[in-house]
Design a protein around this ligand. Sequence first.
Ligand code: RUG
Length: 828
Amino acid sequence: KTQNKNIEDYFTSSKPGSGLDLSKEEIKKSFLEKLFYGLGRIPTVATDNDYYSALALAVRDWVFRQYVRSLEEYAEQDSRGVAYLSAEYLPGPHLGNNLLNLSITKTTREALADLDLDLDKILEQEVEPGLGNGGLGRLASCYLDSMATLGVPSIGYGIRYEFGIFNQTLKDGWQAEVTDKWLHYGNPWEVVRPEIAFEVKFGGYTEHKYDSNNKLQVNWIPDSEIRGTAYDTPILGYRSNGIIMRLWSAEAIESFDFAAYNMGDYYRAVEKKMRSENITKVLYPNDENLSGKELRLKQQYFFVSCSLQDIIRLHLLQGRELENFHEKFNIQLNDTHPSIAVAELMRILVDIHQMEWDEAWHVTRHTFAYTNHTLLPEALEKWSVNLLGRLLPRHLEIIYEINSRFLNELRKQNFSTEQISRMSLIDDRGEPSIRMAHLATVGSHKVNGVSALHSRLLKSMVLQDFAELWPEKFTNVTNGVAHRRFLALSNPGLADLITRKIGKEWLTDLSALRNLEKFADDKSFQEEWRNIKFKNKERLTALIEERTGVKLDPSMLFDIHVKRIHEYKRQHLKVLHILSLYLRLKNGKGKDISPTSFIFGGKAAPGYFMAKRIIKLITAVADLINNDPEVNKKLKVVFLPNFSVKLAQQVYPAADLSEQISMAGKEASGTGNMKFSLNGALTIGTLDGANVEIREEVGEKNFFLFGLTTEEVQETKKAGYHPYRIYEQNNDLREVMDFLISGKLSKGDKELFRPIYDNLLQQDPYLLLKDYQSYIEAMDEVHKTWKDQNEWAKRSILNVINMGKFSSDRSISDYCEDIWKVETVKVV
Ligand code: RUG
């Protein structure tokens, strides 16, 4: 750390000014300076991407101003901080959001117009960082937004994947994956910090020795080491603080093997470097069986180790002792992906800083808190003892030690052998493996689920024994979404109407939307509301036509199902419904059907056979219906490829109906459901995840409910479920199912969709057939309600105004109060 009195004096006397509310001239000047001197471009050669980069660099300066001001404030208050550890982030495009948060969108538009440039065209240039798979990564980014807005002293740690989630294209109706080269044009938002770099060890063995005080010293002798370098992206809150998202990138410590080079083996000279850098090359698409994937475990440990070394550096930099580390830092584990951190912190404290085991364990348990995001057995992470021992031999020893002490405690408390084996961190059945959720639970002071239902099920199913042992440890924090991005930024028409009626308070307190209640019955307000929706639908229609060639009619009902493709999310239930409408129309029984456009979007994991076939089914149904003049005036179907945050921002504002139709008990929370309602879509949904709470908030009448409850699902399965019987008894369903294998969807190929057909008739693990009739009836009710446009508008308004609970600001306040116990410090 260098002390430079002159610079310090300058910094204190000239306190960085606020980055907010800049004038048109200031914006123009900074933009042009970045273009000329930041990028070295002259007007004759500057491209749209140069304009985008210049504006982004100017904006980044203002965001950093807010960040620097925040840091000063935090240091002064000596605040308790939060480190959010997440293997995934989906920030979405930064530029528009930063302009909004600096309150300079309008002025920037004018500044650029003076230069004959169009802000929208410039915004279009941004390639978003696809550093996540779906809900979990997007949630992490919503949380950073809210932590910044509320003034939580915090850092988000993660991985700087060189290639993010694949880009999805369609080939002959099938998903085809294309590498995501998001860094191809550079990334103006990040700053590399070559001096914030840590070494991370892998492999090798451990040595156990007693020192002169007869204290055991363990030394880990690795067989390889890799360096992680920090890349910082400032994240700005709304007219508020700035925080950092710090992503680690792997590089070789020695970039060149001179011995090999001198012997003429040029390839081997750089091979090691290439192998080391593989660690942060690519994001794993989830839903696959990841347990054998060594590189995935390396990624997890790599980012955890860098992050912990960094947090400890920050702690010691302030002259503090490690004994009170937990009083100064909370570390939130976003799912089990970073849960190896429990063993790593123990290793750092005990092996490196010579802390006694019991004290280190106290510090560790009071530092971590763990958020569980899934009950799906296949998604609960387990690492084979063999693999973990090979990559992280010392961590395996530590995990065994934690486990042995934990199990001894249980024995003392007279737990049965059966309970003890259920709760053990090691699963001994079959090939021994580590249950990462158990490690995270034992090593944390709080464990939370992400919706009321999910947290209840977590306590009664997956972590039941632990919840009985430590009831006070378990809590719920219902997810929330960044309403500024997903309403203010994505739906400017609606945002403007709301602000005209009730002012800007809702931007920082979403529950202020309730002040709109008096307008719910107001016919002229309803009309304005509908016009805005219509314009959003026109916008989406144009985008869909450009991307797919399918032209929708914006006066139709827009019925939208966008999310990852997974059997439990039941996209194929929606397809069965569409086919039932198609057959009704063909049989001359479709007079009650309201004209509808069905829009699907979402990626399937590349190795997930059924999910990929479901995409093919959707596109096959789309081809059939869109090209049949007998039905295509009433029905249209489209699969919008490559769903992303950028696309989502266009899709949610244009939705009339939100499909949230997972089998009850499977969707931990869902966050798309919140974004839809926030933009005035009505929901058709099951009592799953956060749907339950959304329905409570918006009112039963304003939510189309169908399907079994979680308890009914459990009873159905327990009683022995026979989908074939339902098929036999329901004529309509039988006709639809048989249509799947009729060849009419597949140019005569009767086998193409047989795997879906067979799966549903023989196993139907997600009870589509059981819920089918109830879904059809609820959809009929939707179509009936749509015919009364005033009623629909009223329900849409009631959805939006009751969404206060689902802002991520509320979620982060809950974390602050219940889990982190931190005080917020705002700079504005
Ligand atoms: O599937 C869940 C969603 O229900 C949830 O809304 C989201 C954020 O909490 O996390 C999703 N999730 C769960 N993504 N990955 C996992 C399992 O690792």
